[in-house]
Design a protein around this ligand. Structure first.
Ligand code: ZN
Length: 153
């Protein structure tokens, strides 16, 4: 990916999906009765929204293209942070929710790191590295939560 606006279009979609995902998980944890994890997911949703606003700001002078689902160049055909929660609400536990979140953060990181490694555009590389570093922090934070809530059995 060698175009900044195209890269930012991907970042915007990824962060939108992540923010929605964390807001969903936060609601699920409220329903489940774990306020601590619900608050943590709420905070992660807020971080994604800030990151989203940041991505939009950076592209101020370069309109972000309005991509159709088929125009995105994701490694596995779907937005990395859009891991499906379909049908899993009823069996949502704290352990499962944290694993789901960790998985989507790992894929977000892999996406940015992959772009940083493959791009020929220095500005795209710089931004992708920066975004990858941010995702790496999310991954580390989630790993710590997962370690505190190991899956039983
Ligand atoms: Zn993230």
């Amino acid at each position: 990916m060698n175009d900044v606006a195209l890269f930012l279009a991907h970042a915007v979609k990824l962060e939108e999906d992540a923010a929605r995902r964390f807001a969903d998980l936060s609601e699920a944890m409220k329903t489940y009765g774990n306020q601590e994890v619900a608050t943590f997911f709420g905070k992660m949703a807020e971080f994604s929204r800030l990151h989203l606003a940041d991505a939009r700001k950076r592209s101020a002078f370069r309109p972000i293209p309005d991509l159709q689902p088929g125009d995105y160049q994701w490694p596995d055909e779907e937005s990395p942070e859009a891991a499906s929660m379909e049908g899993s609400h009823y069996l949502m536990t704290v352990e499962y929710a944290l694993e789901l979140a960790l998985d989507s953060e790992r894929r977000g990181h892999a996406f940015y790191a992959g772009v940083a490694a493959a791009t020929e555009d220095p500005e795209v590389r710089m931004m992708a590295e920066e975004f990858a570093a941010e995702e790496e922090e999310h991954v580390r934070e989630l790993e710590a939560w997962v370690a505190r809530h190991p899956r039983k059995g």
